[in-house]
Design a protein around this ligand. Structure first.
Ligand code: ADP
Length: 211
């Protein structure tokens, strides 16, 4: 966030002498309270200053970077997730390719009854298979998919920061958003969404619009 010279001076005054009223800040700057109002509202909206009725302004102690960091760790995957595109393990490679085109997605999640996650198939998994001389009408995606337990996932309550970090670390395009289901011999993961690089880009643009 780019601050004007005057806004930086206001921050300095509040840092040194807060809590301080708007009138007192105006006096120090030889300005009217009305002239200062837009600057004070920008600084409070950005979370740099906090205003308490009958007390005045005080410095929140957070830099603009820290405020942005707080924000992206507060936004949860569940708030921005997309609808997942799922197929079953017996779906042919050919039908998987067609589904990708129709649904306009880059990754398919392979599920069994109840929407429980079994695997993931990406564009390049399918391309690689088509180069291999297989009969793609007969070959099921279950044979070529990346399987559990090697799937990276996120839960709705995870932060978008954590999800984006996983996308980068594991060099993948998307993460299934799952809910854990307890079963007799362990855990299953019900697919409830998709978190992809597109979600990150959309959020980035939305956050930029607020500047
Ligand atoms: P592409 O292969 O089209 O570039 P990705 O980078 O997402 O797409 O996939 C790379 C490899 O990682 C593929 O083999 C894919 O099956 C696998 N993969 C994709 N998403 C995940 C995930 N969430 N967890 C584990 N493996 C994944």
């Amino acid at each position: 966030m780019d601050l004007s010279k005057r806004q930086e001076t206001i921050i300095e005054i509040v840092k040194n002498d807060g809590p301080i009223t708007g009138e007192q800040i105006a006096e120090r700057l030889n300005l009217t309270r009305a002239t200062l109002r837009p600057d004070l509202s920008i600084l409070t909206m950005a979370g740099i200053l906090e205003a308490r009725p009958r007390v005045g302004y005080y410095y929140s102690g957070k830099s603009a970077d820290k405020i942005l960091a707080d924000k992206i760790t507060r936004i949860k995957v569940g708030e921005v997730k997309s609808v997942p595109t799922v197929v079953s393990e017996s779906c042919s490679v050919y039908d998987a390719v067609v589904t990708m085109f129709i649904e306009d997605v880059g990754t398919l999640y392979i599920v069994r009854e109840g929407g429980m996650l079994d695997g993931v198939v990406s564009r390049k998994d399918l391309l690689k298979t088509t180069l291999g001389g297989h009969d793609i009408h007969k070959l099921p995606v279950g044979v070529i998919m990346t399987r559990m337990p090697n799937i990276h996932m996120v839960q709705e309550n995870d932060s978008v920061w954590l999800a984006a970090h996983k996308l980068l670390t594991h060099e993948i395009d998307s993460l299934p958003v799952v809910r854990t289901v307890q079963v007799v011999n362990g855990k299953d993961y019900e697919v409830v969404g998709r978190f992809s690089k597109t979600n990150v880009t959309r959020l980035f643009v939305e956050l930029g619009e607020g500047s």
